[in-house]
Design a binder for this molecule. Structure first.
Ligand code: PMP
Length: 394
């Protein structure tokens, strides 16, 4: 029997740039020691205190169906956290608990786009974005951000693409580029959204990983609380990727309608996971800083290695657990370079092309192995880039 085109069209037919990732995994399985700097997952498991809270909650009876929008204590805590971090008045009625940021992205797109509507997203982009837009029945349209502008998108480029677009999806701190959108970038985005009457979907799952600059939540910009849905998650901030817990923040009416969607899709998030999330949030900012610390340290280390040579250029890694490297001086595509690096040094990085045309000639390095291994891998990468670069005559 034929599967619906709604599903078969989600990926747009391509490999989604996973060829290199799959090749690295296959090499590893065949016994080759590959250093994987590919996916954004902490090199430490979820903290035992969170797991103990989960265990205790399950034993205490939190094993049944839960209220669809999320347990009251968790909605309350998330609302307080958002209000404290952004200054925007936020109550539990503005919060919907969902099974991870990815589920939040899908629900936010369902909430903002009619079937066939255009949804804009910024290229380079997190790998699932175009597929998630298609899954929600909308049409993805990329807006290029430029390497030479540190991958900050320009308001006029968004405006030029915005004809009849229903929503704009942004992500800051950004995966894959490490950019943290400046006040100017966000003000321009807010201005275009308001003038074009677009929803803004703001993916802020890396909001605790900011190394320079300041993270401003789009919802805090003047006039934006009414047209913004913020997607948050505990995956990155609390090293809880496998727990599948996140949220959507938005206007009360939209949140109530999205709750109706979750009644017909996920049917909520397990109570023991939500109680563990309450425990994790109660550990406060010091715990979040502790989870973020290794990435800050490794980012500083890698930036120092890059600064000591002049072939590879780093996009200023202002946030998130990645560094984007510009390898165009080698004359190789990101894909060719990443494959060569895997073959020569058994180091796996993601080709920039897998995140969109705007990242061609770049690779993304995830800072997700221990410092010593990362330092060696970066040294090998820089060495390869230097060898591949034809010296400038004269
Ligand atoms: N948005 C971005 C930018 C991400 O990098 C990720 C995970 N890699 C997600 C959303 C989804 O995260 P989760 O579903 O684990 O919360």
């Amino acid at each position: 029997m034929k599967v619906s085109s709604r599903l078969t069209n989600i990926t747009g037919g391509g490999s989604g740039g996973w060829d290199l990732f799959n090749r690295a995994r296959a090499m590893k399985q065949s016994g080759i020691p590959v250093t994987e700097l590919t996916i954004g997952e902490h090199d430490t498991p979820t903290d035992p205190s969170i797991l103990n809270a989960m265990h205790a909650a399950a034993l205490a009876g939190h094993t049944g169906y839960t209220t669809i929008g999320g347990l009251a204590p968790l909605r309350e805590r998330v609302a307080q956290r958002v209000e404290a971090r952004t200054g925007v008045a936020t109550g539990p009625e503005n919060v919907l608990i969902v099974p991870g940021g990815q589920a939040g992205l899908f629900a936010a797109l369902m909430a903002t786009c009619e079937p066939g509507d255009t949804a804009l997203y910024i290229d380079p982009y997190y790998a699932t974005y175009p597929g998630t837009i298609r899954a929600a029945g909308a049409v993805p349209k990329p807006v290029k951000a430029r390497s030479r502008h540190g991958f900050q998108p320009a308001g006029e480029d968004i405006d030029a693409a915005a004809d009849s677009a229903a929503a704009l999806l942004i992500n800051s701190p950004n995966n894959p580029t490490g950019a943290v959108y400046s006040g100017r970038t966000l003000a321009d985005i807010a201005e275009v959204c308001a003038r074009r009457e677009m929803w803004l979907i703001s993916d802020e799952v890396y909001d605790t990983q900011v190394w320079s600059g300041t993270h401003v939540s789009s919802r805090a910009l003047p006039g934006m609380a009414e047209r913004t849905l913020v997607v948050g998650s505990m995956s990155k901030s609390h090293a809880m990727t496998g727990s599948r817990i996140g949220w959507i923040i938005g206007p009360q009416e939209a949140i109530a309608q999205i709750a109706n969607l979750t009644t017909h899709t996920t049917y909520g998030v397990s109570g023991f996971t939500q109680m563990a999330a309450c425990h994790a949030l109660d550990r406060g900012e010091p715990f979040e800083a502790q989870i973020a610390a290794p990435f800050r340290r490794r980012r500083d280390m890698v930036m120092a290695q890059i600064a000591a040579q002049n072939v590879v250029r780093a996009i200023p890694a202002e946030g998130a657990m990645y560094v984007m490297l510009d390898l165009r001086a080698t004359g190789l595509s990101g894909d060719a370079f990443a494959n060569l690096l895997l073959d020569t040094h058994h180091v796996a990085v993601m080709p920039g092309e897998s995140f969109g045309a705007a990242a061609a000639g770049h690779v993304r390095v995830a800072l997700t192995v221990d410092d010593a291994r990362l330092e060696t891998a970066i040294a090998q990468l820089l060495d390869l880039a230097a060898h591949e670069t034809v010296p400038n005559p004269g």
